[in-house]
Design a protein around this ligand. Sequence first.
Ligand code: ATP
Ligand code: MG
Length: 575
Amino acid sequence: MRYSQMLLPTTRETPSEAEVVSHQLLLRGGFIRKLSAGVYTYLPLGLAVVQKVAQIVREEMNRAGAQELLMPMVQPADLWQESGRWQKYGAELLRFTDRHGRGFCLGPTHEEVITDLARRELRSYRQLPKNLYQIQTKFRDEIRPRFGLMRGREFVMKDAYSFDVSDQAAGLSYRKMFDAYHRIFRRCGLEFRAVEADTGTIGGSFSHEFMVLARTGEDTLVVCERCSYAANVEKAAIAPPENGAAPPAPVREMARVETPGVKKVEMVAKFLGVRPADIIKTMIYLVDGEPVAALVRGDREVQAVKLKNLLGATEVELADDKTVYQKTKLPVGYLGPVNLPLKVVADQEVMAMVNCVAGANEKQYHLTGVQPGRDFEPFVAGDLRQVTAGDPCPSCGGPVKLIEGIEVGHIFKLGTAYSEAMSATFQDSDGSEKPFVMGCYGIGVSRIAAAAIEQNHDRHGIIFPLSVAPFQVILLNLGLKNEATTRAADQLYHDLQGLGVEVLYDDRDERPGSKFQDADLIGIPYRLTLGKTYEKEGLVEVRRRLDGHVETIEYDQAAATVAGMINRELAAMAG
Ligand code: ATP
Ligand code: MG
């Protein structure tokens, strides 16, 4: 492609609406443009990256025995009613009606559609296993679309669905995807980790997320420093506290103390001369719209997904002070579990506390000597708190650490949840009708483009891994006024293309400085320059974006040498 003809609007200024570096560079480099919140146009360069990622995904899915198909983006409501998710999915599902008043939604995921297809087309065990996938635009009405391609409302996903005769066979299908995902993310040149994950709205019994390690990640990973345990913090379990380690303190009576203007845990601790660990922190969450009090030790945080799972709820959200007051008319800042007219859910650790401090549910007052079990009984107690660094690993007991990641893939063992709800059965070898045992496997194709940039950039711009770069080579002609140089550059452009190299040919009449800047900004892995060195010595300069390494090559050898370098590097990435 000739740069002079390409729609490639780069800018020098950092756009103010972009908080993270991938969003900034995707805008500055002319990869994407925003149409509406979380909805983007992919300009030619952006589309090239998305297509590169999609092609790697496609090749590895095919290699693993999956077959590509394409399902509609518009889905009828009755399928979602059958699966039960029309009620459950919440506001992320964009619903609408057609001219006949029939309900529809834009597909955020395709379990319903594929299960409907399977129950029609897969009738016998002889047709199994099957793994069907598509690469398609999804729509989710995200509450907070942000960070550009990282969390859009419209985005490109690869979703695959497996159908098996038994749980054991489904385990094998899952394993194949687990391995294929490792190959995919390795080929994309990403530093990643597979972690145990929560199963979320999709439902199911078992799942892993694939996380690209990056500071801007919205997910937190719990990683053991001693063994191979790794899990999403939403999922990472905490063992119940051991009883009887320390001799129980003498249990005191409850007392009401005045604590004027003292609300936050740290302030209460200071004011009463106790440790934060002696205080019961009472947090109000809206659980499917209803206020619920979640209790953790004062030095801990509630993990909302654990709360959601403990209550079997669909939506859980921390309530702000205004909402708490509106919904409960209780004195915010002085809440506690004793005589609280709300559903109370306690972390297991709270139940082991002795002589605690808690809000008195009365302005300016706290209670001391509170005894869980004696002074209040929770609706349910369990693992509710967020893991913190140094907590014992649930697998080996060693200390864990927390790191940030971007979720780029998610695989689930679904079991028979959908096939049973939608009566999707096949005839087994003994003649009996059985529900399919299913799995589903997602990859955020457009999110990978952003994740790759979060992980690979410097202050000059993007440093694309070769496998996902929109072009492999950018060829700069700095001798536009010189006919011989221009002829040589044109020829090199054609020779490289002839060898299958993807070249962006910068034939613009621009200053060298601005050509170099653009080349660095858009992150093309190899920069070839024809300028003074060519005019004087017949040499082409080859510069690697990754480390700035420069070498010069005889013009006649340039095309073949560069093509060879590229092929070797791609082969190494493919493993
Ligand atoms: P998240 O927790 O980030 O919302 P999810 O659990 O809802 O993700 P899945 O339903 O498992 O995501 O979707 C499969 C993959 O699609 C994810 O692993 C992620 O890479 C990608 N994805 C999900 N939501 C978005 C989004 N809003 N924008 C871009 N990619 C997304
Ligand atoms: Mg989501």
